[in-house]
Design a protein around this ligand. Structure first.
Ligand SMILES: [Fe+2]
Length: 259
């Protein structure tokens, strides 16, 4: 399911109709459509990946994540990962044809060390941010875990609140830049992990074997994700972030991972 969320160049044509439809949509959806079309149009012709538009307006997550942070995070940081990923893939067209998740899962098979590092950092950066944006929703649309996910959270952690506490600890303790994850482990159980830089739970042979699995939820704890509004108060950012988790998306991922 993650692969369907990554925009390849061949989807660009569809995005043109997105812009044409924008005038018919509510303000939030209109802004999101404009983000998508502008981002796609900015990508060089022939590049395999384009910046996916946000599924909401830049200010839709306020007050929990502010508009300027979203504009820079998405329009500058995420865009830079894609630019560097495309540049790396231009030298290896066979790898460029692979779905990004598959490429990241098979990084040890990439023989060139420098290329492997670039794919790890910038391919991971694209995959993680695309996943992150789709993990979020305006607070009024956050929803709650499905019955099946709620039962699994209770079974693994005791309660949703206990899960949030453990997840928050993992996110807080991640030294420097990185991510916190809620995953389904290969044994089918839910688990909380964290990863440095742009590593993620798909990366076999890169992250510890115990941290591999199907991601359900991710939290970006790079300072670029929160510093403008929260400065050094990462725990405050983490606590506020729970208000804008898209539990519908998380529940759908859980159902797909268990199917
Ligand atoms: Fe980020």
């Amino acid at each position: 399911m993650q692969e369907s969320s990554i925009i390849h160049r061949r989807q660009f044509v569809k995005l043109g109709t997105f812009a044409a439809t924008a005038a018919l949509l509510p303000r939030t959806a209109t802004a999101a459509a404009a983000n998508t079309a502008a981002a796609a149009a900015a990508a060089p012709v022939g590049a395999p990946y384009v910046l996916p538009g946000l599924p909401y307006a830049h200010d839709a997550l306020e007050p929990h994540i502010d508009k300027l942070t979203m504009e820079i995070h998405h329009g500058k940081h995420h865009a830079a990962y894609i630019t560097n990923l495309n540049a790396a893939l231009a030298t290896v067209p066979d790898l460029a044809k692979q779905p990004l998740g598959k490429l990241l899962a098979g990084l040890p098979a990439v023989p060139d060390e420098a290329l492997r590092g670039t794919l790890r950092n910038h391919g991971g950066g694209h995959w993680n941010h695309d996943f992150f944006w789709k993990s979020l929703a305006p607070a009024a649309q956050s929803g709650k875990p499905s019955a099946a996910l709620a039962a699994a959270l209770d079974a693994s952690f005791g309660s949703l609140e206990a899960c949030k506490k453990s997840f928050g600890e993992a996110a807080t303790k991640r030294f420097g830049s990185g991510w916190a994850w809620l995953i389904v482990s290969p044994d089918g159980k839910l688990k909380i992990t964290s990863s440095p830089n742009q590593d993620n739970p798909l990366m076999q042979g890169v992250v510890p074997a115990a941290d591999l699995g199907s991601p359900l939820l991710a939290l970006d704890v790079w300072e670029h994700a929160y510093y403008l509004h929260y400065q050094n108060r990462r725990p405050e950012y983490i606590a506020a972030w729970w208000n804008i988790v898209n539990w519908h998306a998380v529940s759908e991922r859980f159902a797909a991972a268990k199917a």
